[in-house]
Design a protein around this ligand. Structure first.
Ligand code: OSB
Ligand code: MG
Length: 375
C-alpha cells in the first residue's frame, strides 16, 4: 500500500454536556487522530481510549506510547499489502486493542480510498442507511432524564439506552416507562457495576420489557453473566467482556449473552469486527455498533461497519450535535430522516476533515516518515 508517512494529532474536543456513567464523568474527548499517507491519499482514524483506564485498561497516553514506540515504526519499516496485514503484524502484542484499532482503521480508510470504494463496500456492507439510537448518561434528576428522553424520541432515535448504577436503576426506568409507555425501544447499560449478589434487583429489571441489559457484571466475566442470563428474561448484551471473535465464541457457547455490542476499538480493528459480525450472524446472535463518544472521524468508521447485514439492532452512533458544539468533520454527521443516518457515498469514510479546527484543538503532534523505500 506504499505508506510513507503516519502522523498523530492529540486533540481535546469539548463535549456539549457532561457524560456520566457508573465509572465516572467525561467533559471533553481526549482523542488521537491517526493519519496514514500514501501519495496524495490520506486515511484517517481516531483512538477511542478514555483519558483514564476506567472503561478498559487503555488510556490516550498508553495508545500514544504503543503507536509511537512499537507500531508505527514497524508498519513504516515492514510495509503491508492490505489492511488485514496490520492485525497480523501486531498479533504478537498482547491486548492494547484500541491502539491497534486506531492504526488499522486509518489503513482501512486509506485502502478503500486507493480502491475508489466506500469503506462500507470494502467491509462488505449492505445497507445505504443505518438505524441509530442514543445513549444517555446518569443524570442529576429524573426530570432532566425525562426531558432528554423526550427530546431524543422527538428526533426519532430508534433506541433509548440509559446508563444505570446502584441507586439509579429501577426508578429512572420506571419513570421512563410511566411517561412514554411500553412501546418505546428502551435498554439499560450498567458498565459492570453489579455482581451476582444483586441478582434479585437485576431480575426486577425484567418488568420493564427492556430490549436488553448491557454488561451488568464484571468487565472480565462471562461465567457469572451466564448464571444471570439463566434466571433473567431480559437478554444480556456484552460490551466490556468481549475483545475478539474468540471471546464471542466462548460467551455464546456458555449462553452468557444473547446480543453483542461491537466496538471496533475494543476488538482491535475493523478486520476483527467483521470476523465477529460474521461469526455472530452464523450463530443467530444479533449485534449492534457501540460508541465511545467518538468525533466525526471514528463516528464515520462506525457508520461504515454498521452497514453490514447482522448489525440488526440500532447502535449508539448518534448525530454529531448530540455530543459537540462543533465536530472536526465536514459535513457533520446528521440524521437524514428521523433516527436514520445515510452511509456516505464518497470513497473511504466518505467525509472531509476540518483540519483548521483540528489544528486549533491540537495539544501534541508527531510525524513519522518512512526512512527506507520498501519494495
Ligand atoms: O459502555 O457503551 C458504553 C461511552 C463511553 C464509554 C463506554 C460507553 C459509552 C456509551 C456512549 O454508552 C456511546 C456513544 O454515544 O458514543
Ligand atoms: Mg456499554
Amino acid at each position: 500500500m506504499d505508506i510513507n508517512q503516519i502522523s498523530l494529532h492529540r486533540i481535546k474536543l469539548p463535549l456539549n454536556s457532561v457524560f456520566a456513567t457508573s465509572f465516572g464523568k467525561v467533559t471533553e474527548k481526549d482523542i488521537i487522530i491517526v493519519k496514514a499517507h500514501s501519495g496524495d491519499k490520506v486515511g484517517f482514524a481516531e483512538s477511542v481510549a478514555m483519558p483514564f483506564p476506567i472503561y478498559n485498561e487503555e488510556t490516550t497516553g498508553t495508545v500514544w506510547h504503543m503507536l509511537e514506540t512499537y507500531m508505527i515504526p514497524q508498519l513504516l519499516d515492514k510495509g503491508i499489502k492490505e489492511p488485514k496485514d496490520v492485525s497480523e503484524m501486531f498479533s504478537y502484542i498482547r491486548r492494547n486493542n484500541m491502539a491497534k484499532a486506531s492504526l488499522e482503521m486509518a489503513v482501512w480508510d486509506l485502502y478503500s480510498k486507493q480502491k475508489g470504494q466506500t469503506l462500507s463496500a470494502a467491509l462488505g456492507g449492505k445497507r445505504s442507511e443505518i438505524e441509530v439510537g442514543v445513549s444517555i448518561g446518569i443524570e442529576d434528576s429524573i426530570e432532566t432524564l425525562l426531558k432528554k428522553v423526550e427530546g431524543f424520541l422527538g428526533d426519532g432515535y430508534k433506541k433509548i439506552k440509559v446508563k444505570i448504577k446502584p441507586g439509579w436503576d429501577i426508578e429512572p426506568l420506571e419513570a421512563i416507562r410511566k411517561k412514554f409507555g411500553d412501546q418505546i425501544p428502551l435498554m439499560a447499560d450498567a458498565n459492570s457495576c453489579y455482581s451476582l449478589n444483586d441478582k434479585q434487583l437485576l431480575k426486577e429489571l425484567d418488568q420493564f420489557n427492556l430490549m436488553m441489559v448491557e454488561q451488568p457484571l464484571a468487565h472480565d466475566d462471562i461465567i457469572d453473566h451466564a448464571k444471570l442470563q439463566a434466571i433473567m428474561k431480559t437478554p444480556i448484551c456484552l460490551d466490556e467482556s468481549i475483545h475478539s471473535v474468540e471471546d464471542a465464541r466462548k460467551a455464546i457457547e456458555i449462553n452468557a449473552c444473547k446480543i453483542i455490542n461491537i466496538k471496533v476499538g475494543r476488538v482491535g480493528g475493523l478486520s476483527e469486527a467483521v470476523k465477529m459480525h460474521d461469526f455472530c450472524e452464523e450463530k443467530n446472535i444479533p449485534v449492534w455498533c457501540g460508541g465511545m463518544l467518538e468525533s466525526g472521524i471514528g463516528r464515520s468508521h462506525n457508520i461504515a461497519i454498521a452497514s453490514l447485514s447482522n448489525f440488526s439492532i440500532p447502535g449508539d452512533t448518534s448525530a454529531s450535535s448530540r455530543y459537540f458544539h462543533e465536530d472536526i468533520i465536514l459535513p457533520e454527521v446528521t440524521l437524514s430522516k428521523p433516527g436514520i443516518i445515510t452511509v456516505p457515498e464518497k470513497p473511504g469514510i466518505g467525509i472531509d476533515i476540518n483540519q483548521e479546527l483540528i489544528n486549533q484543538l491540537t495539544v501534541n503532534e508527531k510525524v513519522f516518515k518512512r526512512e527506507t523505500v520498501n519494495f
